[in-house]
Design a protein around this ligand. Structure first.
Ligand SMILES: [Zn+2]
Length: 330
């Protein structure tokens, strides 16, 4: 029997999402979340993931030799050093949340357990991009250049042009404020987009705005709880200062997209991550910046992702695995 299945893995610090996909149609057939104990050595974590994969296959009536391609999406530095293409990546060099997997020979061991499979690895931020490309707004054929951002602790981003990922793309570290008073970013540079558009960045902006607005209800939030979520709640109640915080974040995001328009003129810009739930609060200021642009007049479609966060990782990984499989078999 021929290959029927692609598997997308979303390997995180507490669980590994495993999704079986039809390799022809790309349809998700079944998925499971395998619990990870990140204190275990790599061999044991790997063994658990393989057993869960075999169980899921068996439950769905498939055999090991029907797997055509797999991709592991995960956070961290992937290697060998210098490898960029997902087909060249073989292991995690430094994992931020699963130390046991550091330098574990994942590709070699996986192919020993599941021989003959096309094996890929991809960084999790890029996998979110592939999910959007294959299962989200990228399905619209008018979208040929897609830019995406994950808004959270940091500001992750990707650029996909005609089905190709631009590598590397450190979109969060594009400098959008070159003034000497611009805040320093975690990367060491000053004025990066991430220094404004991130949990810490939003907190910093809120503290500045509050000084000008002694009447704001933001003063009622204890300093250690001054997070994007309660600020958004007050903005929705009409608190002027809270609205201004999100307008400022929208302005900085607008500046960032303004720069990216000069690089690649995106057809669509998609936001994911917790803070993207407040996109509506940021959108007017963002659009105002973009409309000032006299050089490139076309405006990208801007929206929050419609893909659920729990499935995006396996979808992106599987979408990429299917793309490589089809290229190898065409
Ligand atoms: Zn930076």
């Amino acid at each position: 029997m021929g290959d029927r299945i692609a598997i997308g893995y979303d390997l995180g610090g507490t669980s590994c999402g495993i999704g079986l996909f039809d390799i022809d149609s790309g349809e998700l057939l079944a998925s499971t979340a395998h619990k990870i104990d990140s204190s275990l050595p790599g061999e044991e974590i790997f063994e658990g993931i393989c057993s869960s994969t075999e169980e899921l296959l068996e439950k769905q009536g498939f055999t090991k030799d029907q797997i055509g391609a797999v991709c592991f999406a995960t956070a961290g530095t992937l290697g060998p050093k210098g490898a960029k293409d997902p087909a060249e990546i073989e292991q995690i060099l430094i994992s931020p949340n699963i130390p046991g997997m550091n330098r574990f020979p994942l590709k070699r061991e996986y192919l020993r357990r599941f021989p003959g499979v096309l094996f890929l690895m991809e960084n999790d931020a890029n996998a979110a991009g592939w999910a959007e490309w294959f299962y989200g707004v990228g399905r619209d054929e008018k979208v040929r250049t897609l830019v995406g951002f994950t808004l959270g602790t940091g500001l992750g981003g990707y650029i996909i042009i005609d089905g190709n990922m631009v590598r590397p793309a450190e979109l969060g570290h594009i400098i959008i404020d070159s003034s000497p008073s611009a805040p320093t970013c975690g990367c060491g540079s000053r004025g990066c987009a991430e220094a404004f558009v991130s949990i810490e960045g939003i907190k910093r902006i809120a503290k500045q705005v509050m000084l000008e607005h002694p009447e704001s209800k933001l003063w009622g939030i204890p300093p250690d709880k001054l997070d994007p979520k309660p600020i958004a709640e007050l903005a929705r109640e009409g608190d002027k200062a809270a609205l201004l915080v999100y307008a400022k974040v929208g302005y900085y995001l607008g500046k960032l997209i303004w720069n990216l328009k000069r690089v690649c003129e995106p057809d669509a810009v998609v936001f994911s991550g917790n803070i993207s739930r407040s996109l509506d609060l940021m959108l007017p200021a963002m659009k105002a910046v973009l409309e000032e642009d006299g050089l490139i007049e076309s405006q990208p479609m801007i929206k929050a992702t419609e893909l659920g966060p729990d499935k995006a990782g396996i979808m992106g990984a599987a979408g990429l695995a299917i793309k490589y499989y089809k290229a190898a078999h065409s």
